[in-house]
Design a protein around this ligand. Structure first.
Ligand code: ZN
Length: 235
């Protein structure tokens, strides 16, 4: 069944390398496509990073829904800092809210508000580290010119990438959930000065590690890669 998709692609800007073939939007170098016959065509286009929402006005930033934005990553290690900036901009509203809350908390002497604001910043930072783990592993294990698209929608971020060998896919999928734990090791020398931050980060790192065991997202990719690496089928 074909659905009317004319209004579903309005106000979208195609990602470099993606093109509209009429019946589908494709990104040939990544081998991904969103078919117009799909009921969730617009959502699929945005989730796959084939396009970005064009409306990024200050008004929407302040009061509207989060804007879905896709960034084609450059070749080589420059992808790391491009992904970092792209994800950080996507999280800017959450970070701004946390900063304003902490300033109000300090001015009003509300320690609970300061703690909530600090928790929000740490939560955002852990997501940032998680995604950078994926990008770092992808650049380390795939050819330097392997295409990748970083997609952000507010605090949600994910990497769209090519499928690699099973072992490389397993490593790239695992790199995200374990990255916050690895980054946490660098906080240990400061444990005496900021024990609460260390404990909060440890809790966040644990929650990301648990993602590897979930039946969707990274957990699903890890299980698929594991079964492919063993030459078997998913059970
Ligand atoms: Zn992940």
């Amino acid at each position: 069944m074909r659905h009317d998709t004319s209004d579903q692609v309005s106000h979208l800007v195609l990602t470099p390398g993606a093109f509209d073939r009429g019946d589908a939007v494709l990104h040939p170098s990544l081998g991904i496509a969103a078919s117009r016959s799909s009921k969730d065509f617009r959502r699929t286009v945005l989730e796959l990073g084939l396009a970005s929402e064009a409306d990024s006005s200050v008004c929407r930033w302040l009061f509207g829904a989060a804007t879905s934005r896709a960034q084609l990553l450059p070749d080589g290690w420059r992808a790391i800092h491009v992904a970092l900036i792209h994800c950080a901009v996507g999280m800017s509203r959450c970070a701004a809210l946390a900063l304003v809350s902490s300033v109000v908390g300090i001015a009003a002497g509300l320690s609970s508000l300061i703690a909530i604001a600090a928790g929000g910043l740490l939560f955002s930072a852990a997501i940032l580290v998680h995604e950078l783990g994926h990008v770092l592993a992808y650049r380390a294990l795939a050819p330097a010119d392997s295409p990748g698209i970083m997609v952000t929608c507010g605090i949600r971020c994910h990497l769209v990438r090519k499928t690699l060998t099973p072992k490389a896919d397993l490593a790239v999928a695992l790199a995200g959930p374990v990255a916050p734990a690895i980054a946490g090791a660098f906080l240990i020398p400061f444990a005496a000065w900021v024990p609460l931050v260390l404990w909060a980060w440890a809790a966040l790192a644990l929650s990301h590690a648990v993602c590897a065991a979930l039946p969707f997202g990274d957990g699903e990719t890890i299980r698929d890669s594991w079964h492919r690496a063993r030459g078997g089928r998913r059970g």
